[in-house]
Structure formats: structure tokens, C-alpha cells
Design a protein around this ligand. Structure first.
Ligand code: NAP
Length: 280
């Protein structure tokens, strides 16, 4: 599978697993845990969750799914901006660790930017790193200007990743944010890489359907494979069904050629001017 390298040199498979809305419906719990475990077995090392998801229920479910498999997983969680002060970050991290049933996170992200000065949140992340509670930290939903500000604060350059919205129908980051990240050698994580799974614009598109037919894969696999072609993006589709997880793992091996990419560019044009970062 295609890989993405973090600034500290660690290489990760370019497809991981999201968990938003997992644990919201009790009747789906068994399938969701099975889906995550199937993903781990298929080499989808990164699991992304957040204290926000189901007010901690998603972290509990992830904890159950990764019990006895912790060392195979690169575990990501996020702190809410309302918990971004020094003391609250430390408390929120401890609470997340408890729900996840582990004593460290591989990556801890600021979910989006709030009112707390970046210096303070970064100082808390660095403290957690010293204590061994997190291995590294990053941000989410930061546009280019936010990244510039982060780069100017003490230890801000220790940021390992920026997690943002990216899929065939949301390509705004290609104009300035992706080039900025490339120059700084900091990868991006793509959230909603399948546009939340129900975007007819992608599912019904003739070019995407033709490519899926040509490669003998599903339309979703083409959409997902497209997100990781640059080599600087790690995609975290959420799949609550093991069959979907299997497909997503296979999508990590699809290599689209120049002609394929040009066909997709025609249908889903890249940005030609600055588009403020889109969020969900
Ligand atoms: P998504 O991954 O784009 O789409 C999820 C939907 O796609 C689900 O309905 C899922 O169905 C379906 N799906 C998955 N694999 C499929 C396949 N192979 N074929 C057909 N359908 C498939 O949307 P998302 O969950 O919103 O985003 C992904 C993750 O990014 C989240 O779960 C979360 O971890 C993270 N996220 C972060 C932020 C942020 O602010 N940082 C915001 C949004 C999301 P089933 O569940 O039925 O399999």
C-alpha cells in the first residue's frame, strides 16, 4: 500500500480508518468493531477518533476494538478547542486515554482553532509528549494562514500533521495549503475522503464509473485512491462494515495514471484561486 512519511520519519499506510458516528447506534456496535478489527488486520494502521465523537462513545468503542491489538495501531485522537487551555488539554488527554484503554496516543490533534492562544495549546502538547502520553501532536482544520501563525510560535514547527476536508468535490486545499505543506514536509490527513459516502456527484459521475470499470473496482475505491495519489495525504475513510473496510484497504494499492488523473481533473476541476478552507 502507498505510504506517507511523518516529519519524524515514521512511515504509515496512506489509508487509515475514521470513526465519526461510530457507537451512535447500539445495533451497529458489533459490526463497527468488526470493521475496525478487519481494517487493522488489512494493514490500516491509523485509527482516527476524537473526544467529540459521541461525547466519548466513539473512543470507548475504539478502545474495545483495539484491545490486544494496541501495538498494531497508530492511534489518533483530538481535543476540542473548548478544552485547548494548558490544564484542560492535559485533563482531556487523560480522559481520552482512559476511554481508549491505553496509556499513550500516537498523535493528538487540536480539532479546530478556538480562542485559546496557539502557544498555550502547543505548550500543553509538548508537556504531554515529555510525559510520554502522546508521541506527537498536530492540528485539524487549519488553513494556510493558521499554519503560518503556528509556525511562528515556540515549538509550533513540531506539528506532525494537519487534518482537513479533502475529496474529489472539495479540492480547495490544492491551491495553497497543499503546496505549503509540501514545502514544509508536513503531511495532510484527508477527512471525508468519500464525501461522507452519499455524494451522487461522485457516485454517478461517468468518468469515475468508467475508471472503476477499467480497474475492476468500486466507484468509492477510485474516489479514495484519488485522495492519496500525491504522496502527501493520508486518508481516513470511516467504514462501519467490514466489506467496506476491505475495499478501502485495497484502494491503497490502486495507482491512477496521468490520463486517469486528467479525466478526473476535467470532471472535478482543481482550484484556480484561493478558496477558504472548507470544513464539515
Ligand atoms: P467518509 O469517510 O467520507 O464517508 C463515510 C461513509 O462512507 C459511511 O457512510 C461509510 O459507510 C461509507 N463508506 C466507507 N467505505 C465505503 C466503501 N468502500 N464503499 C461505499 N461506501 C463506503 O466520511 P466521514 O466519516 O465524515 O470522514 C472520515 C473520518 O474523518 C471521520 O470518521 C472522522 O474520523 C474524520 N473527520 C474529521 C473531521 C475533523 O474536523 N477533523 C471532520 C469530519 C471527519 P459504512 O459506515 O456503512 O461502511
Amino acid at each position: 500500500m502507498k505510504k506517507v512519511t511523518l516529519p519524524d520519519g515514521i512511515e504509515l499506510p496512506a489509508i487509515g480508518q475514521g470513526t465519526w458516528y461510530m457507537a451512535d447506534d447500539k445495533s451497529k456496535r458489533h459490526d463497527e468493531i468488526q470493521a475496525l478489527r478487519t481494517g487493522i488486520d488489512q494493514g490500516l494502521q491509523v485509527i482516527d477518533t476524537a473526544e467529540m465523537y459521541g461525547s466519548g462513545r466513539s473512543e470507548h468503542l475504539v478502545g474495545e476494538a483495539i484491545a490486544n491489538r494496541r501495538e498494531k495501531v497508530f492511534l489518533v485522537s483530538k481535543v476540542l478547542p473548548s478544552n485547548a487551555s494548558f490544564d484542560d488539554v492535559v485533563k482531556a488527554c487523560n480522559d481520552s486515554l482512559e476511554r481508549l484503554g491505553t496509556d499513550y496516543l500516537d498523535l493528538y490533534l487540536l480539532h479546530w482553532r478556538g480562542r485559546v492562544p496557539l502557544e498555550e495549546t502547543v505548550a500543553a502538547f509538548e508537556q504531554l509528549k515529555k510525559e510520554g502520553k502522546i508521541k506527537r501532536w498536530g492540528v485539524s482544520n487549519f488553513d494556510t494562514e493558521d499554519m503560518e501563525e503556528l509556525w511562528a510560535v515556540d515549538n509550533g514547527r513540531n506539528c506532525a500533521v494537519n487534518q482537513v476536508l479533502y475529496n474529489l468535490t472539495a479540492r480547495g486545499i490544492e491551491y495553497d495549503l497543499m503546496p505549503w505543506h509540501k514545502e514544509k514536509d508536513v503531511p495532510l490527513m484527508a477527512y471525508c475522503p468519500l464525501a461522507q459516502g452519499d455524494r451522487q456527484e461522485i457516485l454517478q459521475n461517468a468518468a469515475v464509473r468508467d475508471l472503476a470499470k477499467a480497474y475492476g473496482v468500486s466507484v468509492s475505491q477510485i474516489a479514495l485512491a484519488w485522495t492519496i495519489q500525491s504522496g502527501q495525504v493520508l486518508s481516513i475513510p470511516k467504514a462501519g462494515q467490514a466489506a467496506h473496510t476491505m475495499e478501502n484497504a485495497e484502494a491503497g494499492n490502486i495507482v491512477l495514471n496521468k490520463e486517469d488523473l486528467a479525466k478526473l481533473d476535467k470532471e472535478f476541476p482543481p482550484p484556480t484561486s484561493k478558496i477558504p478552507l472548507e470544513v464539515v
